[in-house]
Design a protein around this ligand. Structure first.
Ligand code: HEM
Length: 113
């Protein structure tokens, strides 16, 4: 049952793209609230299903969680650069690569919706 987690990161991504296209303080704040919701729903899955007890998958869980946190950092950097009118091209490349990795790893891992 990962619905809540998926719903929250989809909303996060949508808000993030809008906040990049039309920057505003309120939207940036909403994006930050969704970082916390995504983090909370992810942590909830970790504890509810005690995922680290699945010995075969520990490495992939560590990678998934680490990269997801990096991804949130990259999103915050993109929005920070945008606010300062700086180019975020390099960070965008990192964002897309890490996003794809996180989604692939997420769906590869054994819990499903
Ligand atoms: C923007 C950030 C994130 C994205 C795009 C993302 C994406 C995903 C995807 C696609 C899944 C698979 C859902 C399924 O199989 O039904 C998933 C599952 C999961 N995510 Fe995330 N996630 C993000 C952030 C996080 C964070 C911050 C954490 C931990 C603190 C986390 C922990 C988990 C866990 C434990 C699962 C269950 C994996 C499984 O066994 O299937 N995620 N996530």
């Amino acid at each position: 049952m990962t619905h809540l987690h998926i719903t929250s990161w989809v909303i996060l991504l949508i808000l993030f793209f809008i906040a990049f296209a039309k920057p505003s303080k309120g939207l940036h704040m909403a994006v930050r609230i969704f970082y916390l919701i995504v983090l909370a729903t992810g942590l909830e899955l970790i504890f509810r299903y005690n995922v680290f007890s699945m010995a075969n998958y520990v490495g992939e869980y560590v990678a998934k969680i680490f990269l997801a946190i990096v991804l949130i950092g990259l999103m915050e950097m993109v929005l920070g650069k945008k606010k300062r009118n700086e180019s975020s091209k390099g960070i965008w490349i990192g964002f897309w690569i890490v996003l794809i990795l996180v989604i692939l790893l997420g769906f590869r891992l054994p819990l499903t919706f």
